[in-house]
Ligand binder design. Structure first.
Ligand SMILES: [Zn+2]
Length: 485
């Protein structure tokens, strides 16, 4: 009987909380991820950047962030979207290539090769959509591709010959994202890409007046992003993260340094190479012809003091650029300031990236502002693989397996947790109270029933004892009568 009562109480107890009203869950805050391609961590030091400064006061600024190696556009952006190192997500270069046919596709055309991007890692748009959220992307690398049959639902891919520098276009794109996408379509997450100041850095060099002018344009645009968010009433429910894929460094020219020209290296011949990616800045990859790997390796290794040559399996583990079948057997990279030329010097850029991600010039900037971020906080550097788990946390979605950790960015958040978790913990605290009250009530009822039943049993026992003794008296009487007979 007691057991039955307890079981009944356990079944009933959750409903004891029902008459009390549950707290209203705060709506999930939105997230905007912005990338200004090639914005080096210190680009705000020699230019007035009032809008970036205000954003830092209103939110969080990292001293710098560390991009993945290879420090180039498509691979580093896909790391932002997946939280994975490049050897883990497989978008290993800006160039798609086929070593058998010798075919190569440049950056723009590679955007449309689905199987290059859809390589086992899901970008955050798809993960968010699968969990019921709405996502959009404007010009961000990877936007055009289809992943496991899904594309980012709201998207804009730039036309083939697009002017990545036009400030009016930038403002039109921001109006689209804030007005149409976040406000009208009520998207939860948008990634937004700008192709500058990368181009200015390449063409004129990172120390040029043109680059400084472009940083001013970026700064005005940051102001425009924030004022447009305000105009659409989004300020209190939109977290804005602004970062970049890599930095930029000045290329040292002939006369200043001895350039790296592979064809001039004794013992090296392009005739021993089946396929190669060189003349793309400071990094290169090679597939030697059958049986030629050791010969090519020995010829190149140590041939130039600023050229690093590794067999794929010997690449330093910290670079996380080895363990993927697309990475070719021989990897070359140059020290900052140097580029790798094939037959003869054909590269004219004054600025380059693609160098070791430990080089300070390769580090991008990072800013964040919004309802879930603390204010006027400068944090130490962290790797950009950690941006993905941060965004998933802000959106309240379960991240896919990744190389990042929320521990790297948790200190940026208000109360060290986001509103989603906060609501969950508030709710669980409340339900704990309900369960506690129910348990106390149940306990009291059980005690009451026990007391009643003990009392009743004692009473029954007493009457039983009375009955028994009167029966015995009767028996004694009979016996006495019998013996007296
Ligand atoms: Zn880039």
């Amino acid at each position: 009987m007691l057991l039955t009562v307890c079981v009944l109480l356990l079944l009933v107890s959750p409903t004891l909380g029902a008459p009390l009203s549950r707290p209203q869950a705060k709506p999930r805050n939105k997230v905007l991820l912005v990338s200004f391609d090639g914005f080096r961590w210190d680009y705000d030091r020699d230019v007035d950047t009032p809008n970036l400064d205000t954003m830092a006061q209103d939110g969080v600024k990292a001293t710098y962030v560390t991009p993945p190696y290879l420090t180039i556009t498509s691979p580093a952006h896909f790391t932002l979207l997946t939280g994975r190192y490049i050897e883990s997500h497989g978008v290993i270069h800006n160039i798609w290539f086929n070593t058998t046919t010798q075919e190569k596709k440049q950056y723009y055309m590679t955007q449309f090769v689905d199987e290059y991007w859809d390589n086992g890692s899901l970008p955050i748009w798809i993960t968010a959509q699968r969990q019921g959220l709405k996502a959009g992307s404007l010009h961000f690398p990877g936007t055009a591709a289809t992943y496991k049959g899904q594309r980012v639902e709201v998207n804009q891919v730039e036309p083939r010959f697009y002017d990545y520098s036009n400030e009016t276009e930038w403002q039109i794109n921001i109006d689209t994202v804030m007005g149409s996408w976040f406000s009208q379509k009520d998207l939860d997450f948008v990634s937004l890409y700008f192709g500058e100041p990368d181009q200015a850095g390449h063409t004129y060099g990172p120390d040029s007046e043109e680059r400084r002018e472009m940083v001013k344009q970026v700064d005005r645009t940051v102001g425009y992003i924030r004022s447009t968010a305000k105009k659409h009433g989004l300020t209190d429910r939109l977290n804005i993260i602004i970062t970049a894929d890599h930095g930029m460094t000045t290329v040292l020219r002939k006369g200043l340094v001895k350039e790296i020209i592979l064809s001039q290296i004794p013992g090296f011949s392009f005739r021993d190479i089946k396929f190669h990616l060189v003349d793309y800045g400071p990094s290169g990859m090679m597939l030697p012809k059958e049986g030629m790997l050791d010969k090519v390796y020995k010829a190149l290794k140590g041939a130039h003091p600023n050229l690093h040559v590794y067999k794929k399996e010997d690449m330093p583990g910290r670079l996380h650029y080895s363990n993927h079948p697309r990475i070719l057997p021989l990897i070359l990279y140059a020290d900052p300031g140097y580029v790798i030329n094939g037959l003869f010097p054909v590269q004219n850029s004054k600025g380059e990236h693609g160098f070791d991600n430990q080089a300070m010039d390769m580090k991008p900037f990072f800013r964040a502002v919004g309802p879930d971020f603390r204010k006027n906080l400068v944090v130490g550097p962290f790797e950009t693989v950690n941006v993905y788990p941060l965004m998933c946390h802000l959106l309240g979605i379960t991240p896919d397996p990744n190389n990042g950790s929320l521990d790297a960015t948790r200190n940026m958040l208000v109360s060290h947790k986001d509103t989603g978790t906060h609501e969950v913990s508030k709710r669980s605290a409340q339900s704990n109270v309900f369960i506690g009250l129910a348990a106390v009530a149940g306990f009291l009822v059980v005690i009451f029933i026990m007391v009643i039943s003990i009392y009743k049993r004692r009473k029954d026992n007493q009457s039983n004892i009375g009955q028994l003794s009167s029966e015995n008296k009767d028996k004694e009487e009979v016996a006495r009568k019998q013996t007296s007979l």
